[in-house]
Design a protein around this ligand. Structure first.
Ligand code: ACO
Ligand code: OAA
Length: 383
């Protein structure tokens, strides 16, 4: 047994993978051989779905076929919608999503089949249904009618439409699609690791994704995008944001949306892309003040802590301007990441080794319980 202990498994290699790798030196997020940022600038989210599931970028016919399969899987069982409606009003939307994903598992006739073909079918089913759980979960909680998926719209436009009730403009659709790509896959974050750990017991994809939802909810991970928006709104102006951030830092509080376990003092390339998207969107929507506030926040953190923004910092205001309710920012992240996590679960099932690490035990040894007189041992009771 190795004696090395690295808290938080920092820099520990936990898997071999053909899916993705963060090459921090080259500032590249390698996804199946491509640079994720270059992909986000040139292809669509459904191309990424094909790439992650099949290992190669789909041609236009193959992409259409993926979209067709997704459309065939649109729709939630009525009972699942009822479950979403029965959750209490104060339910957190990541908990709603976790419940919804857990509930649809029981409707899958392939549930116990771990073959690549069955897992791929499950991944497509999840990709079709998770956006609807996100949208319906929100609509149920806010007492609004559900919006049926619109098969005339692209996968991406339909996702936004089910949330906001409005067909997005071409520009909004393109920016949302780009955000789904940059959120789609990121090597071995806590949520993907959680999913692989679960899958390594030969548990199913739905269970692994459900565990990943719980992981992603935390503010040190996906939950940061909602916390970022809360901070930006609380500030409301550049002057206030600087004061707010300095106050938090003086109290040794973390500023959400900054820092990263792997990038550390380097920039997250995805944040830079979302910053560009924010500039475009802010200009289009006459909201340049929001863009300027964000840029100032970035400058303050660079100056005070030499920390860069991560994806969540710039994705948050982008989602805000797209009209997505703040409580859905992290659920949308999970929806986008469903494909990456599915690819990891499939890879884990294809080449499995049970995760079962050891510990450095630091507790006491050689203690004994008090020997109570009159207390019958189980053996005595049966004699
Ligand atoms: C898409 C995503 O999930 S990206 C992550 C989203 N999460 C966030 O944005 C939450 C805010 N960020 C953080 O809490 C951290 O940067 C993490 C959790 C993402 C990474 O943390 P770790 O790798 O564990 O870094 P660690 O906690 O060791 O921090 C190193 C130093 O930077 C500081 N630091 C790191 N992030 C921040 C931050 N956001 N605000 C203030 N200080 C920070 C730490 O206080 C620490 O300082 P110290 O050495 O003086 O004690
Ligand atoms: O990689 C991580 O640890 C967190 C992250 O940025 C992501 O999941 O997108």
């Amino acid at each position: 047994m190795s004696d090395d202990y690295l808290p938080g498994l920092e820099n520990v290699i936990a898997s071999e993978t053909n899916i993705s790798y963060l090459d921090v030196e080259k500032e590249e997020i390698v996804v199946r051989g491509y640079d994720l940022i270059e992909l986000a600038q040139n292809v669509t989210y459904l191309d990424i779905v094909g790439l992650l599931l099949d290992g190669a970028l789909p041609n236009p016919d193959e992409r259409d076929s993926i979209e067709e399969k997704l459309r065939e899987e649109y729709g939630l069982p009525q009972n699942v919608n009822t479950i979403l409606q029965l959750l209490p009003e104060q339910a957190d939307f990541m908990d709603v999503l976790r419940t919804g994903i857990s509930a649809i598992a029981s409707y899958d006739v392939d549930l116990e089949d771990r073959s690549r073909e069955a897992n791929t079918r499950k991944a497509i089913r999840l990709l079709a249904k998770v956006p609807e759980i996100v949208a319906n979960g929100y609509r149920a909680q806010t007492k609004q009618p559900f919006i049926d998926p619109n098969k005339e719209l692209s996968y991406t436009a339909n996702f936004l439409y089910m949330i906001t009730g409005r067909v997005p403009t071409k520009m909004e659709e393109a920016i949302f699609d780009q955000s789904l790509i940059v959120y789609s896959e990121h090597e071995m974050p806590n949520s993907t690791f959680a999913a692989r750990v679960i899958a390594s017991t030969q548990s199913d994809l739905y269970g692994a994704l459900t565990g990943a939802v719980a992981s992603l909810k935390g503010t040190l991970h996906g939950g940061a995008n909602e916390a970022v928006m809360a901070m930006l709104l609380e500030a409301g102006s550049e002057a206030n944001l600087e004061a707010l951030m300095l106050n938090k830092l003086s109290k040794k509080e973390r500023i959400m949306g900054f820092g990263h376990r792997v990038y550390m003092k380097k920039a997250d390339p995805r944040a830079l892309l979302m910053k560009e998207a924010l500039a475009e969107l802010a200009l289009d929507k006459n909201q340049l003040e929001l863009y300027n506030i964000c840029v100032l926040g970035e400058e303050v953190m660079k100056r005070e802590k030499n920390l860069h923004p991560n994806l969540d910092y710039y994705a948050a205001p982008v989602y805000y301007l797209l009209g997505i309710p703040i409580e859905l920012f992290t659920p949308v992240f999970l929806a986008a990441r469903t494909i990456g996590i599915s690819a990891h679960v499939i890879e884990q099932h294809d080449n499995n080794r049970l995760f079962r690490p050891r510990v450095h035990y630091k507790g006491p040894r050689d203690l004994h319980p008090p020997q109570q007189s009159g207390h019958l041992s189980r053996k005595d009771e049966y004699e």
